[in-house]
Design a protein around this ligand. Sequence first.
Ligand SMILES: NC(=O)C1=CN([C@@H]2O[C@H](COP(=O)(O)OP(=O)(O)OC[C@H]3O[C@@H](n4cnc5c(N)ncnc54)[C@H](OP(=O)(O)O)[C@@H]3O)[C@@H](O)[C@H]2O)C=CC1
Ligand SMILES: [Fe+3]
Length: 619
Amino acid sequence: MPREEMKRPLIAGGGAGPRPLEASDQGTPVVGVLGSGDFSRSLTGRLVASGYRVVVGSRSPKRCLPLFPEEAEVTSQVEAASQGDLVFVALFPEHYSTLAGLGEALAGKVLVDVSNGVQVNLGGTSHAERLAAMFPESHVVKGFNTVSAWALQTGSRDGNRQVLLCGDSAEAKAAVCRLCRALGFVPVDTGLLAARALELENLPLRLFPSWRVPLISTLALFAFFYLYNFLRDVLQPLAVGGRGRAFYKMPVETVNVTLPAVALVTLALVYAPGSLAAALQLSRGTKYARFPGWLDRWLGRRKQLGLCGFACAATHAVYSLCLPMRRSARYKMLNEAFKQVKAGVEDSWQEEEVWRMELYLSVGIMALCLLSLLAVASLPSVADSLNWREFTFVQSGVGLAALAAATLHTLLFGWDRAFHRDQYRLCLPPTFMVAVPLPLAVLASRVALGLPCLARRLARIRRGWEKNRHLRFTLDWSPRKMVSAKTEGPDYFSSPGAMRAVPVGPVGRPNRGFITGSLAAAPGEEEIQATRRHTEAFEKAVEDSKVLLKRPSTEDLGVLYGLYKQSTAGDVTTERPGVLDFVGKKKWDAWKAREGVSKQEAMDGYIKAIEGFKTKYGF
Ligand SMILES: NC(=O)C1=CN([C@@H]2O[C@H](COP(=O)(O)OP(=O)(O)OC[C@H]3O[C@@H](n4cnc5c(N)ncnc54)[C@H](OP(=O)(O)O)[C@@H]3O)[C@@H](O)[C@H]2O)C=CC1
Ligand SMILES: [Fe+3]
C-alpha cells in the first residue's frame, strides 16, 4: 500500500461511497472476519480501504451492521465462513467453542488466529494450536495479534510495521503475507505453529521484556548504595551524638551521592561483558565456541544498561545544579560565614579545594556530554543512519571515553579522602571507593586488550583464526566430483578473504579427503612418499597464496586459478559460462589455457608461480 494511502482515515465514516472491485481486484481473495468487535471493525475498515471484499460473520448481524463500512457485507458466521477464502477469527479464545459448527464451511481455508491471552502462558497450548485442533481441515496461521486495533485504523506509519506470523502451511502463510503487504504492513514469518505460536501470543503481554534485568539491576544498585550512604551520612552522625540534623539529607543529598555511584557501576557493567568475551575468546583461541548463556544475555542488554546509567548520570547533574537552592545549603553557608567571622578569618580561599572542584566539574560535564552522545546514537533512527564502523566507534570509542571521564570525575571528587581516617564512618569507606573498583578494572582490561600482542591475537581470532586448527583448501579428488568440478578451489576472482577453506586437524596430520590423504592412495611406497612431498609443497604454496601482502593482479590471479584447477581437477570438462558471467568466463578461460598439462606439471607451475609472486607482491 502506498505510504500516502496509509495516512488517510481507513474507517469510512459514511462519506466514502461504495468502492466497487476493479478488474484487477477480481483475483484478490474474499476475506471473512468472524466477530464484530473492535478488532473486527478496524480490520474490516482497513481491508475495505485496500480493495478487498469483506464478509463479516456475527451472531447478530443486524445489530452490528451500522458499525461497519457500507462496502462490507455483514452476515451470519456460517455465511462469512463459506464465502471467505481467508477467514480471520476475531473472537476471544474462550468463545472458540461457539465456532464448532463451522468445520465444513472452513474446510481447506486459511484461518487467521489474532487472539492474545490475558496472562503470559508458559508451556501450555497456544490458542492457535487449539484452533488448529478444532479445524484439522483448515490451515491455521497465527498473526496480527501484535497489531492493535488502533494501529489498523490509523495506519502503522508511526509505529512498528511488522506483523509477526507463524503457521504450518507455507501456502497459507504466503496468502496471509500477501494480504499483510496489501494492508501496508511488513509480514515476518517466524516459523511453525508449535514452535512460535505461544511466543507470539505472549509477546503483547510482556512489559518491556528486554528492560527487566537492566532495570532490576539498576534499582538493586540504587537500593544498595542508598542504604550504604544512609548508614554513613544519616545514621552515623546521629549515632555519634549529633543534634538530629541528619534526616534532612535523605531526599536530596543522599540521593545525589547514590546516583553517580549507580551511574558509574552501571556504565562499567556495559563494558565488562565485552572484556569478558574477549578474554574468553583469547583463552579458548577461537570465536566459534559459544559464550555461556549468562554472558550472551548480558551482552544483549548492554544498550539498556547504558541508558539506565545515562538516566542516573543526567539526574545526578540536575540534582547537583539544584543543591545550592536548598534552604539547608543557605543556612549552612551562613553558619560557616559566621564561624569564619568569629574566628577572624578574612579569606577562606583554599587553592587545592578550588582546583579539585574545577577539575571535578569540568570532567563531569564532559562525561555527561559523551554519555548523551551515546544515548542519542542508540536511538534506532540515529543508529540506522550510521554504518557499522561509525556505530562501533560511537558505542565502543565514545562509550569507553565516557566511562573513563566518569571514573576520573569520581576520583577527583574523592581526591585524597581515601586516606583520611574520619572518612571511614561506621568503618565504611567513602562511597566513591566502593563504586570505583569495577570501572577501574574494566578500563584496565581494555588497556590490556589494546596491548599489541593481545590485540593482534584477538583480531586474528575475530577474523576466523583458531588456536588448535589451521585452514586448508579442500581439494576434492574423487573422480565423480572432478567431472562436476566447476568453481571448486580458491575463489581467486572474488576477494582474497572469500577463498573457500575448511578447518582441518592439527598441522602435519593428514586428513582423509584432502589432497594429502587422497594422493597417498597411489601404489608403491617410494612413489607415495614422493607424491606426498610434492603435494605438501603444493599445499604450502596454496597456503602462501593466501598471505601475500598485496592482492595479485587479475592476470596473475588467472594464472594461479588455471594452474590450481589443472592441478586438482585436470582438464576442464564443463561448458564455457554464459555471456553475462564475466568472472566465470575468466576463470574458465584461465583453466582452459592449461589444458593438456599434467597434474604434476601444473602443481610445479603453481609452486613456481607462488615463489615469484612472493617477491612481486610481498610475503
Ligand atoms: N482490540 C485489539 O486491539 C486487539 C485484539 N486482538 C484479539 O482480537 C480478538 C477480538 O478482540 P476485540 O475485537 O477487541 O474484542 P471484542 O470484545 O470487541 O469483540 C469480540 C467479539 O466476539 C464475539 N463474542 C462476544 N461474546 C461472545 C460469546 N459469548 N460467544 C461467541 N462470540 C462472542 C462478538 O461478536 P458477535 O457478537 O458479532 O458474534 C464480539 O464482538 C481477541 O482475541 C483479541 O485478543 C488482537 C490484537 C489487538
Ligand atoms: Fe558528580
